[in-house]
Design a protein around this ligand. Structure first.
Ligand code: AMP
Length: 187
C-alpha cells in the first residue's frame, strides 16, 4: 500500500495516520515530523527550516521533496508507506508522480479527510497547551489553515482529476473516522 493522506490542519490526520500505519504495518512518513526532528537535532537542514516552520509557511518544494526521496529509498518503504503532510502543493504532487514513475511504482490510494472549516477552527483553538508544538499558537494555526486553502487544497483536485481521490468524512469519533479510512484504503 502506498497511501497519501490529505486533510487540513485540525482534521486529525496525524492521529489517523498512526492508526492506518499500525493496522497495515507500513511506515508513517510525516514531513512535518521529519522537519521538526531536524530542527530539534540542530542539523543543517534544521537550521535552514526552523524559521519557516515557526511561521506556519511552507518549506520549499525542492527541499522537502529531497527529504521525501531520501526517505522513500530506505528499505522499510519497499512494501509500502503512508505519506502524511506531503504533497502540500501541486508542484510537490508532480515531483512525487515523476519520482514514482521513475521507480516504476504508483500510489494505491489518496484519501482526503474532510472537515468543515468551522469545526477545524474550533479544534485548532483547543489544541495548544503544555507540550504543544511551537507552531500551534492560535495565530500560526490560522496562518497554517490559510496556507492550506491557498496551496494544499488544490492537491486534492490534482488527485481527483487523476482519478485517485477518495474523500472521507472526518467528523466523528477517532474510531468512526478510522473505520471509514480503512474502508477507503481497502477499496
Ligand atoms: P505538519 O506537521 O505536516 O503540519 O508540518 C509542520 C510544518 O512543516 C508546516 O507548517 C511546514 O512549515 C512544514 N512542512 C511539512 N510538510 C511540508 C511540505 N510537504 N511542504 C512544505 N512544508 C512542509
Amino acid at each position: 500500500m502506498r497511501i497519501v493522506l490529505l486533510g487540513p490542519p485540525g482534521a486529525g490526520k496525524g492521529t489517523q495516520a498512526v492508526l492506518i500505519c499500525k493496522k497495515y504495518g507500513i511506515p508513517h512518513i510525516s514531513t512535518g515530523e521529519m522537519l521538526r526532528d531536524a530542527v530539534a537535532s540542530g542539523s543543517d537542514l534544521g537550521k535552514m527550516v526552523k524559521s519557516v516552520l515557526d511561521s506556519g509557511e511552507l518549506v520549499t518544494d525542492q527541499l522537502v521533496m529531497q527529504v521525501v526521496a531520501d526517505r522513500l529509498r530506505r528499505e522499510d518503504c519497499a512494501r509500502g508507506y503512508l505519506l502524511d503532510g506531503v504533497p502540500r502543493t501541486v508542484v510537490q504532487a508532480e515531483i512525487l508522480r515523476d519520482m514514482l514513475a521513475e521507480s516504476k511504482t504508483a500510489l494505491t490510494s489518496v484519501v482526503q479527510i474532510s472537515v468543515p472549516e468551522q469545526v477545524l477552527l474550533e479544534r485548532i483553538r483547543h489544541r495548544g497547551g503544555a507540550g504543544a508544538r511551537t507552531d500551534d499558537t492560535a495565530e500560526v494555526a490560522a496562518k497554517r489553515l490559510q496556507v492550506y486553502w491557498a496551496q494544499t487544497a488544490p492537491v486534492a483536485e490534482f488527485y481527483r482529476v487523476a482519478g485517485l481521490l477518495v474523500e472521507v468524512n472526518g467528523v466523528g469519533t477517532v474510531e468512526e473516522v478510522s473505520e471509514r479510512l480503512f474502508a477507503a484504503v481497502e477499496r
